[in-house]
Design a protein around this ligand. Sequence first.
Ligand SMILES: [Cu+2]
Length: 126
Amino acid sequence: MDITGILVVAAGVFAIAGVLWYFFGERTAVAAREGARGVQEVKITVKGGYTPDVVVVKQGRPVRLEFYRDETSSCSEQVVFGDFGIARDLPAFRTTPVEFIPDRPGEFTFTCGMNMLRGKLVVEPA
Ligand SMILES: [Cu+2]
């Protein structure tokens, strides 16, 4: 293989790694900040996905996730926390709070109403 061939293969490997990272990599994990009254608060932007898409909170303390939906795509018009029995409509270009108390530790997926967009709530044991 000459140098051009090696470069082509290397570029291909980088491209594939990039695609895998884009689809499967965990991009942003954010720990909740404790605000007034001990509420764990995180702002999440909804635009073709959730940013951050990994949110870390502590068990047994109230959580307030503020979803700002920065698009009109119908895909993201609802957010669902199946494990906690929560489904909320997210009006476009507004902030919608989702409040609950994570009563058990673990990793819980939250999704859009169609189960396409995905994020993860990590509840650390108290
Ligand atoms: Cu969707």
